[in-house]
Design a protein around this ligand. Structure first.
Ligand code: BES
Ligand code: MN
Ligand code: ZN
Length: 488
């Protein structure tokens, strides 16, 4: 799909369809430039269908006498409540109506300068993941019409090219993450993840290294390799580095993603219900790599390390047992109380690796605990950090990006429940406050670098289609990471 910024009034656009964003009570100004007979027809349908321009409300109107076949109105809600996110959602909902209208070319006009939100909303809403469907014989083998040319109608072209470029990059990274999460574990293996990471690096000019099992052994990554010993798939420890071209990064960041391509629970095996969706357990890694893909195109003036300790958590004769003691790469020993608390074991060594790079801040994303789903539901991720300043920064980036997080306390006293009789710690604590104990465990592997932990077990996947969101992997986290890399 192509996006062209143009300074045209909607009435001057010629193509298949027009998509107009309308604030409540501002229909007149949205329609003003259209020919009077088109306005009359649109108003007729507005009355007929009681269109009030409430957020995400939409109507499709067949018109004649103008230079388009269809006019689509999408509600933007009250103008004093507008956010980047509400515009992005509306663009997504509007794009669905363009698809219904069979438009191949469309002009999109929103009040103000919403080019980036339009690009993101349209691309994400129309993203159709058909990788695993056989080609259907419907339509007698004829490809259905697809939206290919979008003219973004603007009052001024100032900043428009950049806004569209950013929108394209962010959507590209998010779609990459969605597809990685949605693909099954017999497709997305640790090897596949490593191959994808290398492809991103080669296309975007990033440095990369893939550490094999022996490399990880040399680094003493006993916690990560403990999890990896239960599967026949070789572990892949992925490390990409983006550096600004001028060699003068404003700061240095590390984004660490949990990369369990499948989590059976190991010998502390999950129920079949609990295991059903565990292909999503690499959602943190998908977000980190998706951000790498986007940032390689946006080229910020910061250095960023993308780190994933990829493996599977499987049941086998060589899997770790409850009671086994593992030694992480910082020398700390862990009694494996529950082999299903595997994400924190892999992250332990990934965090130690990140800190050794001497970065200014570390952010990890992980589908770490079912408890976070219980606490915050499907749409909100948990945010935990011992560093209030960095927590604020991440919250601000999240707000800009429209991704929802809620901060939970790092209640140190809860770590009591993770004390082991025989080792430095156990890998699980009390059932209560499971998201907090998960974060407290990870904290044992970050000595002094400001660090934020994001538990994305809820929003990594959705069964609801809404706005620009489709069923399946959501790509959650990509936009917050991109925003964080760009903040000043
Ligand atoms: N990958 C799961 C967490 C999860 C659950 C992600 C549901 C997405 C949806 C994680 O590895 C896990 O199994 N966590 C355990 C921790 C427990 C054993 C301390 C859990 O949440 O039950
Ligand atoms: Mn698990
Ligand atoms: Zn897991």
């Amino acid at each position: 799909m192509e996006f062209q910024p143009v300074t045209l009034a909607p009435g001057a656009y010629s193509g298949d369809a027009l998509l107009l964003g309308v604030f409540e009570g501002e229909l007149e100004s949205a329609l003003a430039s259209l020919p009077s007979e088109v306005i009359a027809t649109v108003k007729e349908v507005v009355e007929e269908e009681e269109f009030k321009a409430k957020a995400l409300e939409k109507i499709i109107v067949r018109v004649s006498g103008g230079s388009v076949r269809k006019v689509v109105l999408v509600g933007l809600g009250a103008s004093d409540k507008v956010t980047h996110e509400s515009l992005r959602q509306a663009a997504g909902e509007g794009a669905r109506a363009l698809k219904t209208s069979k438009a191949v070319s469309a002009g999109i006009a929103f009040p103000g300068s919403a080019a980036q939100e339009i690009v993101e909303g349209v691309l994400l809403a129309l993203h159709d993941d058909d990788r695993f469907r056989s080609k259907s014989e419907e339509n007698g083998g004829v490809e259905p019409k697809k939206l290919t040319t979008v003219s973004v109608l603007l009052e001024s072209l100032e900043g428009a090219e950049a806004a569209i470029r950013w929108g394209l990059a962010v959507a590209d990274g998010t779609i990459f993450a969605r597809e990685l999460v949605s693909a099954p574990a017999n497709y997305v293996t640790p090897m596949y993840m490593a191959d994808q990471a290398v492809a991103i690096a080669e296309a975007g000019g990033l440095e990369y290294e893939i550490l094999e099992r022996e490399d990880c052994e040399k680094l003493g990554m006993g916690a990560y390799l403990g999890v990896a010993q239960g599967t026949d798939m070789p572990p892949k420890f992925i490390h990409l580095t983006y550096k600004p071209a001028d060699g003068k990064p404003r700061q240095r960041l590390a984004f660490v993603g949990k990369g369990l391509t499948f989590d059976s629970g190991g010998l502390s095996i999950k129920t079949s219900e609990g295991m059903k969706l565990m292909k999503v357990d690499m959602g943190g890694a998908a977000a980190a790599l998706g951000a790498a893909k986007a940032l390689a195109q946006i080229k910020p003036d910061v250095e960023i390390h993308f780190i994933v300790a990829a493996t599977e958590n499987m049941v086998s004769g060589h899997a770790i047992r409850p009671g086994d003691i593992l030694t992480a790469s910082n020398g700390k020993t862990i009694e494996v109380d529950n082999t299903d608390a595997e994400g924190r074991l892999t992250l332990a060594d990934a965090l130690v690796f990140a800190e050794k790079l001497g970065v200014d801040a570390i952010v990890d994303l992980a589908t770490l605990t079912g408890a976070c789903l219980v606490a915050l539901g499907n749409d909100i991720a948990g945010l935990l950090s011992p560093d209030e300043a960095l927590a604020e920064r991440v919250k601000k980036a999240a707000e800009e990006s429209g991704e929802k997080f809620w901060q939970l306390p790092m209640e140190e006293s809860y770590f009591e429940s993770m004390k082991s009789v025989v080792a430095d710690m156990r890998n699980t604590g009390s059932r209560e406050g499971g998201t907090i104990t998960g974060a407290l465990f990870l904290k044992q592997f970050v000595e002094k670098t400001p660090w934020v932990h994001l538990d994305i077990a809820g929003p990594v996947w959705t069964e609801k289609q809404k706005g620009y969101i489709n069923r399946g992997g959501t790509g959650f986290g990509v936009r917050t990471l991109v925003q964080l890399a760009l903040d000043k």
